[in-house]
Every structure is written in C-alpha cells, then in structure tokens.
Design a protein around this ligand. Structure first.
Ligand code: CP
Length: 307
C-alpha cells in the first residue's frame, strides 16, 4: 500500500514525474476524465479547510471518480470518542483512497497503519502538509522554470506553519538551494527542521527578523499566516499576528522575476494591493493544487494496484 504522509517519502524523480503529470493534465484535461471512473475518495477533515479539501474533491471528480466524507470532527463519530484508527479501518471499506487532515501531529501516520487503502496526509497539526508542498513545487517550477539554484525566503510563522516545514524538506534536496528564514524570534523554524533539512545537508541559510533587508536577494518569497489555532494564548497571537505585512512599497527592491507564494488562507500578511502585481502567484498556486492532487491520486492508486 502506498501512502503519502511525509513529502520525503517521494524521491525527487517521483516528484518530477508527478509535476510532469500535473503539467500534462493542465494541457490535456480531457484525457483524464475517465481515469478514476467507479473509484471513490473519502475526505476526512477533522480540521477546517477550503483549498485542500475542495481541491481534492474537485480533483477526484475531474478524474471521473466520486467523493464522500466529512468536513469537521463534530459531524463524525470522533465526536462520540471513536479513534482515528477505528474510523479509518471502517472508511477504507467505503473508499479507494483517503485524504485526512487532523489537528494532531502523526494522526495520518497512525491512520495509515490501520488502513486498507492509500492515506494522504492533508495536514497534521503543526507538522507536515505534503500535498501543499507538491502544489508549491509545481508553482515554483511553472513560474521559475526550475527547482534548483533558488534563494527561497520563508516569512512569517515558521514555527507552527506546517507548509513551511514540508517545503524546507523538499527544497533542501535540490542543488543550489539557499534559505532565508524571516520570522519574529518567537516563531523561528523548529530546531529539528533546521538540523535535519538545512544544517545536516550543509545548505546555506540565514535567519533574520527583517524582511526588507533581504528582499533584493530572493527568488521566491513564501509568505505565511500566523497560525492562531496553534497558539496557547490569545495575547501572544495578537502581539505577533501583524509582524509582516507585504505591501507594494516593500517590494520596490525585489527582483523583477520574484515569485510571491502563499499557501493561503491569507489574513493580513499580504496587502490586497499586491494581488495585481504579476509576481503575485498565490491564486495561480491554489489552482495548481488541484492538478497536482489529480496526479497524486493517480499515482497512489496505481502504485497500490487499484488502477
Ligand atoms: N493551504 C491550505 O492548506 O489551505 P486550506 O486550509 O484552506 O486547506
């Protein structure tokens, strides 16, 4: 059974194949409309989502399959105390593949141990979000034409932002990557992420609290939301939430071919005045997410002998 819990479970060759497949789907969507006929995807979302859940559902429907599931824990039997393992053991009788989001780190991994069908981690707490990373990689490749030799700035909540942790892990495998980590002191990248994926790989990096001073060197600027739901007290969130607000003025020293990404949802960290800048990629990025999830569904079903 092939699951996707962590982005590093995919080799760089497999990632290239997935991105190639997503490009192919974008170019020729009509060729994919029957690929998953009679297949079902269950979306088990124990935490809120707009893009991830709906893009998975749209992806499965555009492959000719169908979808079932729930969008909040309260409408599932977890509200009565059912364990994730039991939920998944049962749902794997009803669906051919499962996408799961859960507020607890490791929940999709636990689910994969009891599942009879492929499990996709659609975000687990402040840990990982591998399909957002596939989305980010497709966006970077389509916007910049390459995944190597890029200076990647990550800005905002680098502590709780699971998309940041997965993207660092993924980008650390490409030649010539360097990272610029921009955050308040309290929201720095966790030391395990820095040690495992940056220091141990000898990747050049710098850490700063000042976005404008590093702006001219960036090829990618990955903005993130301060993750209110992971804070232990509201006061800290209120103090830190507007640490960075990207405005047209702050972009005046940026490269002309900078790519500005954001996994979304955005709260305040990118002014809407930036949206019309051709370097703003975040809505295109959300669109690419559907296509790369189509490619991933096909791959996991094929690798698990279900297609
Ligand atoms: N980027 C992302 O995971 O968005 P949602 O929380 O809306 O799914």
């Amino acid at each position: 059974m092939r699951h996707l819990i962590d982005i590093l479970e995919l080799s760089t060759d497999e990632i290239t194949q997935l991105l190639d497949c997503a490009d192919e789907i974008i170019a020729h969507p009509e060729q994919y409309r029957e690929k998953c006929r009679y297949k079902k995807m269950a979306t088990l979302f124990f935490e809120p989502s707009t893009r991830t859940r709906l893009s998975f559902e749209a992806a499965m429907m555009e492959l000719g399959g169908s979808v079932l599931g729930f969008s909040e824990a309260a409408s599932s039997s977890s509200a009565k105390g059912e364990s994730v393992s039991d939920t998944v053991a049962v749902v794997s009788y009803y669906a051919d593949i499962i996408a799961m989001r859960h507020p607890k780190e490791g929940a999709p991994l636990v689910a994969s141990m009891k599942s009879g069908v492929p499990i996709i981690n659609a975000g687990d707490g402040g840990h990982n979000h591998p399909t957002q990373t596939l989305t980010d990689l497709l966006t970077i490749r389509r916007e910049k034409g390459r995944l190597d030799n890029l200076t990647v700035g990550l800005c905002g909540d680098l502590k709780f932002g699971r998309t940041v942790h997965s993207l660092i892990a993924a980008m650390s495998r490409y030649t010539g990557t360097s990272f610029v980590l921009i955050s308040p002191e309290e929201l720095k990248v966790p030391s395990y992420v820095k040690t495992d994926h940056i220091k141990n790989r000898g990747i050049p990096y710098e850490q700063t609290t000042d976005l404008e001073s590093v702006m001219p060197k960036l090829d990618i600027l990955y903005m993130t939301r301060v993750q209110r739901e992971r804070f232990f007290n509201e006061e800290d969130y209120l103090r830190l939430k507007d640490s960075y607000i990207l405005t047209p003025d702050k972009l005046k020293n940026a490269k002309s071919d900078l790519a500005i990404l954001h996994p979304l949802p955005r709260v305040n960290e990118i002014s809407t005045a930036v949206d019309d800048d051709p370097r703003a990629c975040y809505f295109r990025q959300a669109n690419y997410g559907k296509y790369v999830r189509m490619a991933l569904i096909l791959k996991l079903l094929e690798d698990s002998g279900k297609l």
